[in-house]
Design a protein around this ligand. Structure first.
Ligand code: HEM
Length: 208
């Protein structure tokens, strides 16, 4: 039963993730293109009903995922990939959505710069670049292992994983201007500094 709920809430979340990651890929065409697409997508996912369903789905997915983790049955390698990628995704989702809601609470427009700040300030980019990179890779591994368990098709499953890794690299390239870095408005720099827990990260500076 938990398995089925997790599967169906995952399907709903996948629709959002497909659009959301396409939006992140638009950073390759520049900041304006990314923000233009986000403004368009927000007309749908920021609708009170859609956003409520989305956030409930996120909560459902995390709780049912953690429940499945405690299933004591001995697991194959592929099942382990599915579980651990799911565990990372759950942690990522909790932190990511909480950060977005906290930013909104502080009247910050959580647009491109919200994620770009962490990726373009040093030394906190050493945390944020892997944090976003592995979130996209974890989605790909989670889907790829699920596909393998359902179909036993190695080719397609590897294909999903490879596409995910390429998308993750492209998003990092787009967000960091291919490691030539992007400018970050002062309010987003401040957000990174005030929400950092250690002095080391609180003193992060923009790279450009
Ligand atoms: C490189 C990867 C990612 C980046 C740069 C990114 C960036 C962002 C940004 C900037 C927002 C704020 C959107 C807004 O204000 O309209 C956001 C919201 C959100 N993201 Fe991501 N995200 C990434 C990956 C993901 C992944 C992998 C997931 C799901 C597994 C996810 C789930 C969400 C959710 C649920 C929201 C809240 C939407 C809302 O109700 O406003 N994100 N993300």
């Amino acid at each position: 039963m938990v398995n089925r709920i997790h599967y169906f809430s995952g399907l709903i979340l996948s629709v959002f993730i497909a659009f959301h990651l396409s939006n992140q890929l638009f950073s390759l065409f520049g900041v304006a293109a990314h923000i233009e697409m986000m403004t368009l997508l927000r007309t749908v996912y920021r609708h009170i009903i859609v956003e409520t369903v989305l956030l409930l789905t996120v909560a459902f997915q995390v709780v049912t995922g953690i429940k499945l983790l405690f299933n004591k049955r001995k697991k194959s390698m592929v099942e382990k990939v599915q579980l651990y990628s799911g565990l990372y995704l759950s942690l990522f989702l909790i932190i990511h959505v909480a950060a977005v809601m906290y930013g909104r609470q502080l009247q910050l427009d959580t647009n491109f710069y919200f994620a770009a700040a962490g990726m373009n300030m040093y030394p906190i980019n050493l945390v944020f670049i892997p944090y976003y990179f592995f979130a996209v890779v974890a989605i790909a591994l989670h889907l790829s292992s699920l596909h393998y368990l359902k179909t036993k098709s190695k080719k397609v499953s590897y294909g999903i994983a490879v596409i995910g890794i390429i998308v993750a690299i492209l998003i990092i390239i787009g967000y960091t201007n291919a490691l030539k870095w992007r400018e970050v408005p002062a309010e987003y720099q401040n957000f990174i500094c005030i929400s950092s827990s250690s002095n080391f990260f609180r003193n992060s500076v923009v790279l450009r």
